[in-house]
Write a protein that binds this ligand. Structure first.
Ligand code: AMP
Length: 557
């Protein structure tokens, strides 16, 4: 082997480069940060490149999409230079709409340098849009069986040029009752095609369809990821150090960063459930509360909406969540550290199922640090403790999402209507500036920047103690003013209540709150003069220790 000539900038010599894939595909994989092929890729890519059929047993999260997509794209090759409408040469059938979108995005990324165009086709999406794209010509179609068959019957999806067929998550397609659709679709594809069938299980009925659709396949089996805990644990576990006063805000921030597809948030009390459901609603999520106060009927309704995807987040007390039959959560969030390691393991076991990837997030206050260490000892896995993402992190993440949305829009085409606008402005403006302005509008479309308040960083764990009512003399702002708060000792008010309420409701750094003077009937709190108005309006109508507060500038006696 010619390893000497590979040089330092070709780390893929024994990685993707060695598989014999088109250079554009190796570059795409490298650009995505793939350093070396995963097991399923190492096993499945070589026989597929030789033109063999493959029967692969592998779950999501193993890298199976690239395992079939890269050889498919290799076979299709460079298409950029070709003229005119192109026939569909690759067909990938998947069970669900989500998977269709996900696989289409992956294939688009892998095939971009080859100029390959990709179209996801699934029910619920505009037929017109799909028709226009099909008419223009696409190289690879990723479809759910039902919608693919609709198009075939209308004569709008032509499959006689398909060279490479993939049945992805075949067991799921059978479970969903797509057997007949599959039969009808495969009958439209030329017999001399190459076929790959992937399934998480190879039950007898999978063998049956494999016999029908595959010719002398190479068998490739990758043990499920969960089989080797510790090394390839399917759940990403992370904890965030938070301060009590900023916990709800921290949760909102973490959820904004993660944009979960389906999450459950565990918290302790019914009041917390309601408060967090509201917080998340304000962040634009469809969140639903589950607690002991719901009737069976209400509970069923909430669960149905969640399963159907109408709502994406469930906020639940631990007790109410028991026995909830929910599959496939993308995220489990512990608003507090569960007090027993078993409860933790049980909760996070609701994500990362069937080889899917899952995320388990735990918010940790300083006083809960010990509980977290107990859990680590029990699970023998280290849980990374991070600080709550900053506004900058959030903006960066949002831009990433915007960027991905733009790539999707480019892949979907149908831009003629908008080109007119660009052309009319291009005479007067630099096209890059024009594009940047459009990105700005897109990025700020839901006014999300309004939530961009910095959340005070919690002291790193482990810390001796956090004193929410610590030294209050350190008011950082030069210009301080006093607020009159109509609750005092008689109402059970302590300094921490005032700091908590002000910091939380007005999102003020607690270090910016100065001296606090609590009398029997009222309290005086020193705050930055520039923030006084905002604090007053933030506290309007709110309660402290269960009592409605009145707040106004202190006019002295
Ligand atoms: P999949 O099992 O196809 O859903 O892939 C799971 C995740 O692994 C996706 O986010 C891929 O982008 C990523 N992935 C696939 N192949 C590799 C690789 N060779 N190295 C690193 N990540 C990969």
């Amino acid at each position: 082997m010619n390893t000497n000539e590979q040089g330092a900038n070709a780390p893929s010599a024994d990685g993707f480069g060695a598989l014999g894939l088109h250079q554009a595909l190796v570059s795409a994989a490298t650009a995505l940060g793939y350093e070396e092929p995963t097991a399923i890729q190492r096993e499945a890519i070589p026989p597929l490149l030789q033109g063999r059929d493959v029967l692969g047993q592998a779950a999501t999260g193993t890298g199976k999409t690239a395992a079939f997509a890269l050889p498919m794209l290799h076979r299709i090759g460079e298409v950029a230079a070709r003229e005119g409408p192109r026939p569909v040469r690759g067909l990938i059938l998947v069970p669900t709409r989500e998977l269709a979108m996900q696989v289409a995005e992956a294939v688009h990324k892998y095939g971009r340098l080859l100029g390959i165009s990709v179209l996801p086709i699934y029910g619920g999406q505009s037929m017109q849009q799909q028709l226009r794209a099909l008419r223009r010509g696409v190289d690879v179609v990723i479809a759910t069986p039902g919608r693919a068959l609709d198009h075939i019957r209308r004569g709008t999806l032509e499959l006689k040029a398909v060279e490479f067929l993939v049945l992805d998550e075949a067991d799921e397609m059978l479970d969903l009752g797509f057997t007949e659709e599959l039969e009808a679709i495969v009958a439209e594809v030329p017999a001399e095609r190459q076929t790959a069938l992937f399934s998480a299980t190879v039950a007898p009925r999978i063998r049956t369809i494999a016999k029908r659709y595959l010719r002398d396949p190479a068998h490739v089996t990758i043990a499920s990821q969960t089989a080797a805990p510790g090394k390839t644990f399917a759940i990403r576990e992370v904890a965030y150090a938070v301060q009590r006063a900023h916990k709800a805000a921290a949760l909102g921030r973490v959820i904004d960063m993660e944009t979960p597809a389906s999450a459950i948030i565990f918290c302790r009390t019914r009041m917390e459930v309601d408060e967090l459901t509201e917080t998340l609603g304000a962040h634009g999520y469809q969140a639903e509360a589950i607690h002991g106060g719901l009737s069976q009927e209400q509970r069923d309704r909430v669960l149905r909406r969640f399963r159907e995807g109408t709502s994406e987040i469930l906020v639940a007390t631990d007790v109410a969540a028991r026995g909830l039959d929910i599959e496939h959560l993308s995220h489990v969030v512990n608003y507090d550290v569960p007090s027993s390691p078993d409860a933790y393991v049980h909760r996070i076991g609701r994500t990362g199922r069937a080889g899917r990837k899952g995320v388990a997030i735990t918010l940790v206050e300083a006083r809960e640090h010990r509980l977290l260490r107990n859990i680590e000892q029990h699970t023998k896995r280290k849980i990374r403790v991070e600080s709550v993402p900053t506004v900058l992190d959030l903006r960066t993440r949002r831009l990433e999402l915007t960027r991905a949305a733009l790539e999707d829009a480019l892949a979907a085409g149908e831009l003629e209507r908008y080109r007119v606008v660009v052309e009319s402005l291009a005479g007067e403006h630099d096209v890059l500036d024009l594009a940047a302005a459009a990105v700005k509008l897109l990025d700020q479309r839901d006014g999300s920047e309004k939530d961009d308040l910095e959340i005070p960083v919690a002291p790193p764990l482990p810390s001796a103690k956090v004193q929410p009512s610590g030294p209050r003399q350190r008011l950082r702002a030069q210009d301080a003013t006093k607020l009159y708060i109509g609750l005092g000792r008689a109402a059970g008010i302590r300094p921490a209540d005032l700091v908590g309420a002000i910091a939380n409701e007005a999102r003020i750094d607690s270090r910016d709150i100065g001296a606090i003077d609590i009398t029997e009937r009222f309290s005086l709190v020193e705050v930055p003069a520039s923030e006084a108005k905002r604090i007053i309006s933030a506290l309007r109508g709110k309660s402290i220790r269960g009592k409605k507060v009145s707040v106004r500038p202190d006019r002295g006696r």
